[in-house]
Write a protein that binds this ligand. Structure first.
Ligand code: BES
Ligand code: MN
Ligand code: ZN
Length: 501
């Protein structure tokens, strides 16, 4: 696995295409690299800018043949938009659009950096690498016809600059994160007849086999019963594909802080039909992506291990399939969760919080000090924030700030929502310690967070509701340009772990 990365001055390695990110106004041709390319091409860049054939808008790319005037046979111009508005996502998007433009070519691409732009060179390098690899992803793995029309893969990325350790580290780390992000996308895109709790667990075991200091353990129905995990078990009861609790432990040889263990907990409902509270048919197929939090969690801890970060971490992924059936759990049932609390079921489609309840308890029991859960939990969060930001709730100010910062830097964006004791009444039940849903159509993301808090134990905890950005119905127009899984969480988790180290 892995797109090879190189750092080399233009002319020192051959690439199939040289790529130039360009900001507006184009007339400046601000970067030294762009000026040299323009000169060698006899002023063609300025001509294209003057004629308006290339404008440099964000999301615009133009592929040119250099006909021997340059070492590289092709140049891709790719727009960053207005110079004053250039941010890290502008680089990621420019790179993704260039990668798509190179879909008929494939091969190697060399990126020219621009010192005059408002991002450090390592930040330019890492976001261009991320954008190239994430933007080059295709979800059509199951197509068997017209395979020649498939985009050709990018086989190597060169950062066209003299080599520094900082640039190399930034680019290699970005490639690793982007590839693992794409692997999480593969899981989310897998159809539910191929990906179920059992096959997801096998995937986790294979992942642990690839990486040093990462160990997998899988708990099946009997073990779940022994631990009293009545919430996770109930959700899985309607399906012949039985539930699993998938645990990955990363124990680095010399952690910076022995007293810290990051706990990441993921919802992996491999298909959410809603159970007895059946969902409408429209778009139900997208509920194969209801395991996206678990996928991000697995490959997030995989990234931590691959980067050899000196932070202890545990991932707990609660996998189940939520179907109606003769043995399915029902509205009216009262469940006993592993922490001893009882839950009245009002709606079997509010299943994510149930599988997470037992997984959160388990993460704490195994010594997690700082907990983060990731889940495609509520449709209302997608209504609120769309496909860009995930909303999140935290019980600790410092933890909230660390997560916000990790979100901004990583590209997995998060926006804080209020966790307030006075939302607790939304889950009050006449019969049990709490209910899993409410007929009130108010603040369902906050209600879910209050529910989860009952199982989060003592210490910093945050809940990320990624229903919007976890699985896309269509291109987002930025560096996610295809529908389906996004791998949301992989980069967030790696960044957060780095900030704990
Ligand atoms: N998996 C869904 C949430 C979801 C919806 C994710 C759309 C992504 C896109 C979750 O299990 C669910 O069904 N939530 C319900 C809860 C309700 C029954 C309280 C919802 O949000 O409608
Ligand atoms: Mn549901
Ligand atoms: Zn769900």
């Amino acid at each position: 696995m892995g797109v090879p990365i190189d750092i080399a001055l233009p002319g020192q390695t051959r690439v199939d295409a040289l790529a130039l990110p360009l900001a507006q106004p184009l007339a400046d041709l601000s970067g030294e690299g762009a000026r040299i390319v323009d000169e060698k091409l006899g002023g063609r860049l300025r001509e294209l800018a003057a004629s308006g054939e290339f404008r440099g808008d964000r999301g615009e790319a133009l592929l040119l043949h250099t006909s021997g005037d340059l070492d590289a046979p092709r140049v891709v111009l790719t727009g960053l938009g207005k110079r004053a508005e250039v941010d890290l996502d502008a680089f990621r998007t420019a790179a993704a659009v260039a990668a798509q433009a190179l879909g008929r070519v494939g091969g190697t691409v060399g990126w020219l950096l621009d010192e005059s732009l408002p991002a450090s060179l390592p930040d330019q390098a890492r976001t261009l690498v991320e954008g190239t690899i994430i933007g080059g992803y295709t979800p059509g793995r199951w197509k068997t016809q017209d395979t020649d029309k498939r985009p050709r893969p990018i086989e190597g990325i060169v950062i066209a600059h003299f080599e520094t350790q900082e640039l190399r580290d930034a680019a290699e780390r970005a490639a690793l994160l982007a590839e693992r992000t794409n692997r999480a996308r593969d899981l989310a895109n897998m159809p539910p007849n191929e990906l179920n709790p059992h096959t997801l667990a096998e995937h986790a075991q294979a992942l642990a086999g690839e990486l040093d200091h990462l160990k997998a353990e899988v708990l099946g129905p009997r073990e779940l019963d022994k631990l009293g995990m009545g919430a996770l078990s109930a959700v899985g009861r309607g399906s012949r594909n039985e539930p699993r609790l998938i645990v990955l432990r990363y124990d680095p040889p010399s952690p910076t802080r022995k007293d810290v263990q990051l706990g990441v907990v993921g919802k992996a409902v491999t298909f959410d039909a809603g159970g007895i509270s059946l969902k409408p048919a429209n778009k139900m197929e997208d509920m194969k992506g209801d395991m996206a939090g678990g996928a991000g969690t697995l490959h997030g801890i995989g990234a931590i291990a691959a980067l050899r970060l000196p932070v202890r971490a545990i991932a707990v992924v609660a996998a189940a399939e939520n179907l109606p059936g003769g043995d399915a759990f029902r509205p009216g049932d009262i469940l006993h969760a592993a922490n001893g609390k009882t839950i009245e079921i009002v709606n079997t489609d509010a299943e994510g919080r149930l599988v997470l309840a037992d997984a959160l308890w388990y993460a704490r029991r195994e010594g997690a000090t700082h907990v983060l859960d990731l889940a495609t939990l509520t449709g209302a969060m997608e209504l609120a924030l769309g496909d860009l930001y995930a909303g999140f709730f935290a019980n600790d100010d410092e933890w909230r700030d660390l997560i916000s910062a990790a979100g901004d830097r990583s590209g997995d964006l998060v926006w804080p929502f209020p966790l307030h004791e006075r939302y607790r009444r939304y889950v009050d039940s006449a019969y049990a310690d709490m209910k899993n849903s409410s007929t009130l159509r108010q603040a369902s993301p906050a209600l879910a967070a209050m529910f989860l808090e009952e199982f989060a134990g003592a210490g910093p905890w945050a809940h990320v509701d990624m229903a919007g950005p976890g699985f896309l119905e269509r291109s987002r127009g930025d560096y996610y340009r295809v529908p389906g899984g996004t791998g949301y969480g992989v980069r967030l988790i790696a960044e957060l772990a780095s900030s704990l180290a």
